[in-house]
Design a protein around this ligand. Structure first.
Ligand SMILES: NC(=O)c1ccc[n+]([C@@H]2O[C@H](COP(=O)([O-])OP(=O)(O)OC[C@H]3O[C@@H](n4cnc5c(N)ncnc54)[C@H](O)[C@@H]3O)[C@@H](O)[C@H]2O)c1
Length: 264
């Protein structure tokens, strides 16, 4: 399908993992891409991959925690393409430590700054462009961790619950401007981020990839009705739908893409 033909999409954290998968699906759907990441080398690679399949794509270095950086990235996108139609707020972090009251203040601040304030900051920067277009789509990558609290991940869960709430607030405020704002809540994906999570379910990180993988699979077997992991492409499909006109009357929603781990 070419549901996003003629549209320009900016994806934060598009340099690797889920963000890269989202970029690949959006490019397949016809979108031109602005790959925004704090890691410019990875962003350049994602953009190069999109150009390889015939799409227009640029990479920009962007730190979503900085108002100046967010504004500069959006400006670079507008300069390159003359318009911006879709913002995917995917950049996220999980922090470095484990435990509700045991995490240090740096972990708490980092999750808040990137996972929550980053969404607000990027959204603020794109709204003038969406207003000029008379339309826009924002898709926020939250998490099933934001659906309910749990041991070890208090700071991350709270930031993701905040992202779902922020999605609803922005949808309410921006709806009259014909801007749809939705969230996708991924479940379990075998990315660099999940490898960090291993320590948070009570096991020491291991250098052996096979051990990490076993922990991941055990968690899936115990918690996922469909008994299979999700992929960056799965998340990309949900994002493409929400960013398309097929979802024109959907706003303020959070869609779990998690094999049934959470059903609310
Ligand atoms: N992996 C999972 O199982 C999982 C589950 C649920 C939700 N998520 C969410 O999906 C999103 C992507 O996760 P992932 O697994 O691909 O993680 P990842 O760590 O592999 O990738 C995160 C990307 O965000 C970028 N980034 C980090 N801080 C940034 C900043 N300040 N500004 C701009 N870019 C920044 C990184 O450079 C990286 O490219 C995150 O929001 C994460 O919370 C992941």
């Amino acid at each position: 399908m070419n549901r996003l033909e003629g549209k320009v999409a900016m994806v934060t954290g598009g340099g690797r993992g889920i963000g890269k998968g989202i970029c690949e699906v959006l490019a397949r759907e016809g979108a031109s891409l602005v790959v925004a990441d704090i890691d410019l080398a990875n962003a350049e690679q994602t953009a190069a991959d999109a150009r390889e399949v015939g799409r227009k794509a640029i990479a920009v270095r962007c730190d979503v925690t900085s108002a100046e950086s967010a504004a500069a990235a959006v400006e670079a996108a507008a300069q390159a393409f003359g318009r911006l139609d879709i913002l995917v707020n995917n950049a996220g972090v999980v922090g470095l430590h484990v435990g509700g009251t045991l995490v240090d203040a740096d972990d708490w601040d980092m999750c808040y700054e990137v996972n929550l304030k980053g969404i607000w900051q990027m959204s603020r920067a794109v709204v003038p462009h969406f207003r000029a277009n008379g339309a826009g789509k924002i898709v926020n990558i939250a998490s099933i961790a934001g659906r309910k609290g749990g041991a070890g991940l208090a700071h991350y869960s709270a930031s993701k619950a905040g992202a779902i709430s922020l999605t609803q607030s922005l949808a309410t405020e921006l709806g009259p401007l014909n801007i749809n704002v939705n969230a996708v809540c991924p479940g379990l994906l075998w990315t660099d981020m999940w490898r960090q999570l291993e320590a948070m379910i009570g096991r020491e990180p291991s250098d052996e990839v096979v051990d990490r993988r076993r922990v991941f699979e055990a968690f899936l077997a115990a918690n996922c009705p469909l008994r299979r992991e999700q992929t960056p492409e799965d998340i990309g499909h949900a994002v493409a739908f929400l960013a398309s006109e097929d979802a024109r009357n959907i706003t303020g929603q959070a869609l779990n893409v998690d094999g049934g781990i959470e059903m609310n």
